[in-house]
Design a binder for this molecule. Structure first.
Ligand code: KG4
Ligand code: ZN
Length: 356
């Protein structure tokens, strides 16, 4: 018998739809091959408010849904009849935004007679790495860092078995960067500004605390994070300088903050890999675009002999490919589609991969 090896493009054709926050996105994958990936962002409309305004984002989703989905199908050279199933983010995210994407996806599924999967957006950030690096190892660890989440997940099987190993007790890493950026006068979202300025500064200039790494709190929360104390410490330091009439060395502040956050994230993620005997670390979410984190993880991974998989930036930030890829995993694992009346869940637990 001749054995044939599965190619990335073998498998079901899935249309993935994403609308958890400010990106309306759609993509088509076949198996583990990306055929199209379209993203429309309403970020420019939020920037002047200093954060995402849910009503504005929801309206933008309603306007972008049809053009974005149509373009994703057209770019893949397909129409809806070529699709085997539709996947859509059912949570976690902003309720109004989720409602627009999920009702649009349900209407499409119903009219075209296709099965639909309401999937967990955060687990989509794990699954998307398969499009760049191939199959996930069977029992692996994942670090998902974004503006809304900072979580360590143990992924035994992406379609059926995901457990939370640790998460932030307060702010997410991206949120912490965005708040400090605001204090320093950068526009929203400020994470990328901290990154850029931090590359030119001295990371030892300020002593920024590393939350939950030491003493009893560290022992009780080995894989949890806390970034609100980090934000407060930096804010106090900056305010004290200003009160004394001294200049704020912005590059040094950014470098010190980035160093602290990247060190804690990479140290705890690698520790968790060792504890759960995983030789691979999957990294995802918008904050994984951060250059200090990428560098810290690459270095820690090399030292510990762990294969760190951080996808290209377009796959780190919110997109439709992550939703379609997880849908593909669910279909291939034989998981039943969601009922057509499945609800959205803005606080969808991270151990729930899809809606029943
Ligand atoms: O996953 P994402 O696109 O949206 C959600 O929050 O779900 O992540 C956005 C977050 C923002 O907080 C943004 O400031 C942060 O990711 N971010 C960065 C960088 N690029 C995006 N933070 C630090 N350095 C970056 N290069
Ligand atoms: Zn996200």
């Amino acid at each position: 018998m001749v054995e044939t090896e599965a190619k990335p493009g073998d498998g079901p054709v899935i249309l993935g739809i994403e609308s958890t926050c400010d990106e309306t996105a759609a993509a088509v994958v076949r198996g583990k091959q990306l055929l199209s990936n379209v993203v429309a962002s309403s970020m420019d409309e939020h920037a002047r408010y200093g954060g995402v305004i849910p009503e504005i984002a929801s309206r933008a989703h309603a306007e972008s849904f049809v053009p974005v989905v149509s373009k994703a199908l057209a770019d893949a050279n397909m129409d809806i009849s070529d699709v085997d199933a539709i996947a859509v983010s059912a949570g976690p995210g902003l309720a109004g935004c989720l409602a627009v994407g999920v009702s649009g996806a349900k209407s499409l599924a119903w009219s075209a007679g296709k099965p639909i999967y309401g999937i967990n957006h955060v687990i989509g950030h794990v699954g998307v790495t398969q499009l760049q690096f191939g199959d996930l190892p069977e029992d692996t660890l994942a670090l998902i860092v974004s503006g809304g989440h900072t979580s360590l997940l143990r992924v035994r099987n992406i379609a059926t078995d995901v457990q939370v190993v640790g998460s932030t007790l307060d702010d997410a890493a991206g949120e912490c960067f965005d708040k400090v950026a605001r204090l320093l006068g950068f526009p929203y979202p400020g994470g990328p500004y901290i990154d850029r300025h931090g590359q030119q500064g001295d990371p030892t200039a300020l002593k920024v605390p590393m939350g939950l790494t030491q003493g009893r709190a560290g022992a009780e929360h080995p894989y949890d994070f806390s970034f609100s104390g980090v934000k407060t410490a930096v804010a106090r330091w900056v305010e004290a300088r200003r009160a004394q009439g001294l200049d704020v060395p912005v590059d040094d502040v950014c470098a010190s903050l980035a160093h602290s956050v990247a060190t804690v994230l990479s140290r705890k993620a690698i520790d968790a890999c060792k504890r759960f005997d995983s030789h691979t670390l999957i990294v995802g979410g918008g904050f994984s675009a951060n250059s200090q984190l990428r560098e810290a993880l690459a270095q820690a991974g090399r030292t510990a002999g762990i294969d760190v998989r951080i996808p290209r930036i377009a796959l780190c930030t919110d997109n439709g490919a992550m939703v379609a890829m997880l849908g593909s995993n669910l279909v291939q694992a034989g998981v039943a589609p969601s009922a057509l009346d499945f609800p959205i869940d803005s606080a969808m637990p991270l151990n729930r991969v899809s809606m029943s």
